[in-house]
Write a protein that binds this ligand. Structure first.
Ligand code: PHE
Length: 385
């Protein structure tokens, strides 16, 4: 695990004893000191590094912009983030450290629902608000009244994918191939299955894998035998990329599609031309002509060597902006008051649309459907809630 930001600064001045007091001094902490500390836990390395890196870059851009504009409540934000290496069991430990050692006033994270679910009980029991940028599983915010998200949830995503399969892909029979190790995947499979069947579709095959598996041919062969019209793969890009490639190798020609877990430029590197004619739903398209979106896209490209922001980057950015907006309205970073201010977020105009948090601390937002054509991700349509 790497500890960034203030810790590096402290290490750099460790030889200067006078400066040490400024790094670890009792009153120079959290909001009581000269800065406001915001913590982030992210998958910066490991299996889903693309998620953490993107989300982190968006979050960092927001924090930089806020600081450049004078900070919050007359203080600069000190952004302290730590890598969970995409590994189970790390996020709760990191959340504990950020809260008790670093005295952060709020937590931002994670992309993957499974890791948000690990940290959320820690934030809740410490009375420290946590905002997940992009975890879509309903259970994340059900953890308690300190846990929020700025994205849509999987019951919405599953339903729109079921409708997309039924209407746009004209599918009568679907196979579902999900990841037993990811709460996100199991949840999204369920939220797809129900509306697909309710609208007259038939699930002809249900197969399972474990995230990180490399050979999916046995399950894909079983799926092929049931002759589905489409194959739904509610998983993450690393596995989904291999699944798509192996499906095509086995001569499966029907469309495969997934949810936001597919979103990563790496998907194209993993599956290449096998991805042609596949689809996935996500939260954001950089092709959106909204001036606010284009301003964000330009700022992101300028900061990160021309890289185009994806959904995780956009939601990471909005998560920090929604938190900042709440800190301003609260006029304090005290846990309960900040919690109330976040809960009162209404019509906040960000780069992923308007964020209004409902009584269950979730946002309701449109989704976009992306397809792969000529080796590139292409915006297909927007689905409104
Ligand atoms: N929604 C996914 C989850 O809950 C994470 C994700 C968000 C992946 C956005 C890609 C883009 O685990």
């Amino acid at each position: 695990m790497s500890i960034k930001s203030s810790r590096i600064l402290c290490a750099a001045v460790a030889g200067v004893w006078l400066a040490l007091a400024a790094c670890s001094g009792g009153d120079n902490i959290g909001a009581a000191g000269s800065t406001i500390r915001i913590g982030e836990f992210a998958s910066l390395t490991g299996k889903e590094a693309a998620f953490g890196q993107s989300s982190h870059k968006g979050t960092q851009l927001a924090i930089d912009e806020i600081n450049a504009a004078g900070g919050l409540l007359g203080k600069q934000i000190e952004f302290i983030y730590e890598d969970n290496r995409s590994t189970p069991g790390e996020s709760a430990t990191i959340a504990k450290k950020l809260i008790t050692r670093d005295k952060v006033v709020a937590l931002l994270g994670e992309v993957a629902s499974g890791r948000s679910l690990e940290a959320a009980p820690i934030a809740q029991s410490n009375g420290i608000p946590m905002i997940s940028p992009s975890s879509t599983n309903p259970k994340v915010t059900e953890t308690g009244d300190y846990i929020f998200r700025v994205c849509f949830t999987d019951p919405f995503q599953g339903k729109l994918l079921a409708e997309f399969a039924r209407k746009s892909l004209k599918a009568g029979k679907a196979a579902v191939f999900s990841d037993v190790s990811a709460p996100y995947s199991m949840g999204l499979a369920q939220y797809f299955r129900e509306p697909f069947a309710a609208s007259g579709g038939q699930i002809v095959s249900e197969q399972k894998y474990t995230g990180g598996d490399k050979d999916f041919k046995a399950q894909l062969t079983a799926i092929k035998a049931t002759r589905p019209d489409v194959i739904f793969v509610p998983g993450y890009y690393t596995d989904a990329g291999l699944i798509v490639a192996q499906a095509r190798q086995l001569g499966i020609t029907v469309p495969l599609f997934g949810g936001d877990g597919w979103e990563a430029p790496e998907l194209l590197q993993i599956a290449g031309s096998a991805l042609e004619g596949t689809y996935y739903s996500t939260h954001f398209s950089a092709e959106n002509s909204d001036p606010k979106v284009q301003q964000f896209v330009a700022a992101f490209r300028a900061k990160y060597n021309g890289e185009t922001p994806d959904a995780m980057a956009a939601l990471g950015y909005d998560s920090a902006m929604v938190l900042a907006d709440a800190i301003r309205r609260a006029g304090t970073t005290e846990g309960a008051k900040l919690r109330d201010a976040i809960a009162a977020t209404s019509g906040y105009q960000g780069v992923t649309g308007k964020t209004t948090l409902d009584a269950a601390r979730n946002a309701t937002k449109p989704a976009v459907v992306i397809t792969v054509r000529d080796g590139q991700f292409k915006y297909l349509e927007t689905v409104n809630p």
